[in-house]
Write a protein that binds this ligand. Structure first.
Ligand code: KIV
Ligand code: ZN
Length: 514
């Protein structure tokens, strides 16, 4: 008998983004959406259009450009939100509006305090029921595919939950999402909740049951799996498990559990598991949230065997200590070492192995930079290559370009930086002192381009290859309410810092339409 197919709904760009504490630019979201389509997720939740212009734009762009997965947009059970979703999704081939409302007594009492919702709990619950049904009716005017989320279902009164679900399905909901919003339930309870919905909601066969679990007690993955074991047909996950607070169920863990343990679950997905590592890396870089080394499936140590007994067993027979192979999930396997003597062809081959396809002109640009780095570090690792490509082929148009940087720093002296920045074919120069060489550089850049940007965060990471390293700097810059990530790499960490800052400024300019 064929395994049952589970629908994979990815919410990295919506619930995942809530973890970042800032909004990704629409170009970055589009880049991730392309990768999610390559991963073959069934649904991409692209954003929450009413929440900001940038999110609206991201949903619109993804709807226009992405083929394959259905594109979902989130709304509260409010007409204005639903209309924003409908507008943003207008060009999607398979649009889905994801609307819903809090259904636990805690949410209803806490969120609907106003007496216009009624004063007694029963009256408020009645009003929430009506709002849920009305939201589906409104969304159905725009799209056929409407998903309802019963927020905080994990803590809701069961009979009320059954009634709401029956009501929204009768109004046309095609999917009912049962979120454990606070990550409160334990697997047996969550499984029983899904089973009870199947057994007690009379029209449940007219909709797909979806599970959406949070990781507050570290149980998002197991709760999701227990949900499907008990009859849910859709899983909602994020790449690397990023999301609100402790995050969401991690897509790679949920998918690989079903894959590796097909014997137990009897379930399949359409995910192209070879794309998991690449997707994980892209999300980590774009969100500025590194993957912990011990992260299941995609962490750098996930397949590293170090203790003597393990290594010995592994070398005799892989299966002794390995339940899946790194190449299955797309860990780069190439043993080809790239050095300054490697030609364009070797570079292109390695980049393609990393899922990066470049036009001949872009390959040329990357190759030139590769040669300068290879001269300094001897061997160029895959991680370095990704950083080089990101540096040389930025995701947004380059309004600002670092032409030259000179920094002097000496013990007991105030460091000084002089920068030359190319702005639309004009060269702007400035010199500034600062608390340190990086501070002086950022002040000089601000002065050269007349900006007053604030640095919100700065991290530096060494991408090592043998004894040689490439420094990669990630900055978060703040402009009013906007926070943007910039990234730059170089063998010189002050230059990497300047590049990261300028990358952030370019993204900010692109967001402002400059
Ligand atoms: O956790 C949650 O309840 C959600 C809903 C908005 C789907 O993210
Ligand atoms: Zn959530």
């Amino acid at each position: 008998m064929d395994n049952k197919k589970i629908i994979v709904f990815d919410t990295t760009l919506r619930d995942g983004e809530q973890a970042a504490g800032f909004r990704l630019g629409s170009e970055e979201k589009l880049e991730i959406a392309h990768q999610l389509a390559k991963l073959r997720v069934d649904v991409i939740e692209a954003g929450f259009p009413i929440s900001s212009d940038e999110d609206f734009k991201a949903v619109q762009l993804i709807s226009q450009e992405i083929d394959g997965p259905a594109i979902a947009a989130l709304s509260r059970a409010v007409t204005q939100d639903i209309e924003a979703c409908a507008k943003a999704l207008a060009d999607a081939k398979r649009p889905r509006i994801h609307t819903g409302i809090g259904v636990s007594d805690i949410h209803i009492v806490g969120k609907f305090r106003d007496s216009k919702y009624g004063t007694a709990l029963d009256k408020k619950k009645e009003r929430v029921f009506q709002m849920a049904v009305e939201a589906i009716t409104t969304a159905k005017k725009y799209v056929d595919d409407v998903e309802f989320y019963a927020e905080d279902a994990g803590r809701a009164d069961r009979d009320y939950l059954f009634r709401v679900i029956e009501g929204v399905i009768a109004a046309g909901a095609t999917v009912v999402n049962i979120p454990d919003t606070t990550g409160y339930t334990v697997p047996e309870q969550f499984g029983a909740l899904i089973r009870s919905i199947r057994e007690n909601v009379p029209n449940i066969d007219k909709a797909v049951i979806s599970v959406h679990c949070h990781n507050d007690l570290g149980m998002a993955t197991i709760n999701t799996l227990t949900g499907v074991k008990n009859g849910a047909q859709q899983v909602e996950c994020t790449i690397n498990g990023i999301g609100e607070r402790a995050g969401n169920a991690s897509l790679e863990e949920v998918v690989m559990s079903m894959h590796v343990r097909r014997d137990y679950f009897g379930l399949d997905t359409d995910i192209d598991i070879k794309e998991l590592y690449q997707t994980s890396q892209m999300v980590a870089r774009r969100f500025g949230i590194p993957v912990p080394p011990n992260k299941a499936v995609v962490g750098s140590n996930a397949f590293a065997h170090s203790s003597g007994i393990h290594v010995d067993g592994f070398l005799k027979s892989r299966e002794t200590y390995e339940i899946m192979r790194p190449e299955d999930v797309g860990f780069p396997q190439s043993k080809l070492i790239l050095t300054a003597r490697s030609g364009r062809h070797a570079l292109r081959h390695r980049l393609e192995g990393l899922g990066i396809k470049l036009t001949p002109e872009k390959l040329d640009k990357a190759y030139k930079r590769f040669l300068t780095i290879a001269d300094k570090v001897q061997e160029v690792s895959s991680e370095m290559l990704v950083a080089i490509v990101e540096d040389e082929i930025p995701i947004v148009a380059e309004r600002y370009h670092l032409e030259h940087l000179r920094v002097t720093s000496e013990t007991g002296m105030t460091p000084t930086a002089t920068v030359t920045i190319k702005v639309a074919n004009e060269l702007k120069q400035a010199t500034s002192g600062g608390d340190g060489p990086v501070d002086a550089t950022y002040k000089a850049i601000n002065e050269a381009i007349g900006a007053s940007i604030k640095l919100a965060d700065f991290t530096i990471h060494a991408i090592a290859s043998g004894a040689d390293t490439l420094g990669e700097v990630t900055v978060k810059i703040r402009d009013g309410d906007d926070v943007i990530i910039g990234r730059g790499s170089s063998t010189d960490i002050i230059e990497a810092s300047a590049k990261a800052y300028i990358d952030g400024l370019n993204k900010l300019a692109s967001r402002k339409g400059a």
